[in-house]
Design a protein around this ligand. Sequence first.
Ligand SMILES: Cc1cc2nc3c(=O)[nH]c(=O)nc-3n(C[C@H](O)[C@H](O)[C@H](O)COP(=O)(O)OP(=O)(O)OC[C@H]3O[C@@H](n4cnc5c(N)ncnc54)[C@H](O)[C@@H]3O)c2cc1C
Length: 59
Amino acid sequence: MTDVLIVGAGPAGLLLASELRLAGVDTVVVERHAQRPGFCRGFNLNAPRPGPAGTARSR
Ligand SMILES: Cc1cc2nc3c(=O)[nH]c(=O)nc-3n(C[C@H](O)[C@H](O)[C@H](O)COP(=O)(O)OP(=O)(O)OC[C@H]3O[C@@H](n4cnc5c(N)ncnc54)[C@H](O)[C@@H]3O)c2cc1C
């Protein structure tokens, strides 16, 4: 029986699935697109911008 269902095979979903699998959690990933996108969305690494009082912001 599946313990966790992850919706979306983007970087977040696939990383979470990998970590859960390494921890022995049975995981299924579902993705609405049957094919990979025809373009790359990872041309460069975007460093987080510093936020108030030096905290990092995700956006
Ligand atoms: C044009 C473009 C260029 C970019 N370039 C860069 C870059 O150069 N460097 C960089 O660091 N970042 C870049 N990004 C940002 C990067 O792509 C995102 O930060 C990253 O993809 C987010 O990952 P995620 O897993 O959160 O979401 P996503 O990658 O969006 O993955 C979510 C997945 O869930 C699926 N999904 C959604 N709803 C459902 C549903 N109901 N059922 C099944 N599946 C579903 C989607 O099809 C998708 O595959 C770019 C983004 C865009 C749009």
